[in-house]
Design a protein around this ligand. Structure first.
Ligand SMILES: [Zn+2]
Ligand SMILES: [Zn+2]
Length: 173
């Protein structure tokens, strides 16, 4: 009698398990496919899905305005390839940083900005708002507010000047 009862219980449990799995599996598949397709706003700008105006473009990167300018001029140089952040780069990727830097410097000159007035650098995770590598180009430095000077503070734990970023990659194992 006891054996029969426990067998029944067991069948019931298997039944509940299968039903749960049947309901949960499609839901889980759906959720995971959603997160895999999760949009990146910078990828949307690059592909033209977003209305943000691209100021300059090459095969490798784009330059557009930062939506929250820290001074009179504030641009972002963004590689077309989705790279999460500086941390995702290695020593061999310094060329990517060089390309973004040279592109940004030349672009700022076309906007009449002298490079010594400009602040060029990257935020460091977890202090990044968009998880797609972007080089900030801000000018003039003298017009930045106290708060912006803090947010884009060279030699801090959260912001690296472009040279610091290269040094960081150079020293990475
Ligand atoms: Zn992206
Ligand atoms: Zn940033």
């Amino acid at each position: 009698m006891i054996i029969v009862q426990s067998q029944k219980k067991c069948k019931k449990l298997i039944c509940i398990g299968l039903v749960t799995l049947a309901v949960f599996l499609p839901f889980w598949t759906y959720l995971s496919s959603q997160s895999a397709m999760a949009t990146c706003i910078f990828c949307d700008i690059i592909s033209g899905k977003s209305p943000t105006k691209i100021e300059f473009e090459t095969d490798d990167y784009v330059i557009f305005k930062d939506i929250k300018p820290a001074s009179d001029h504030h641009y972002l140089a963004v590689p077309k390839k989705h790279i999460e952040s500086l941390v995702a780069l290695t020593k061999d990727d310094i060329e990517i940083v060089n390309t973004l830097e040279n592109g940004m410097r030349k672009f700022l000159v076309t906007k009449g900005i002298e490079n010594k007035e400009a602040l060029l650098g990257f935020h460091v995770p977890p202090f990044i708002t968009v998880k797609h590598l972007h080089l900030h180009g801000i000018a003039p430095r003298s017009n930045m507010s106290f708060l912006m000077r803090f947010i884009f503070k060279p030699h801090s734990a959260w912001f690296k000047l472009v040279d610091e970023a290269k040094e960081y990659l150079q020293n990475k194992l």
